[in-house]
Design a protein around this ligand. Structure first.
Ligand SMILES: [Zn+2]
Length: 64
């Protein structure tokens, strides 16, 4: 039996890190993927002002 090897050309995906937003009014965190699915950028509370929340920077701290 000969197994077929299908080489899938996999493009290197553009690194899309998730950006989180937080509602200025209630502080509900929404990811940009969630926001893009919404017809309009709006929080569940009705507020439409969001602040960008940066994901915590992973730091390698050597505590020696
Ligand atoms: Zn809100």
């Amino acid at each position: 039996m000969v197994e077929e090897n299908i080489d899938e050309v996999e493009e290197t995906p553009v690194e899309t890190f998730e950006v989180n937003y937080a509602c200025l009014r209630c502080g509900t965190a929404v990811s940009n993927t969630e926001l893009s699915r919404l017809p309009e950028i709006k929080c569940i509370c009705g507020f439409r002002v969001f602040t960008k929340v940066r994901p915590p920077v992973v730091k390698t701290v050597k505590a020696i």
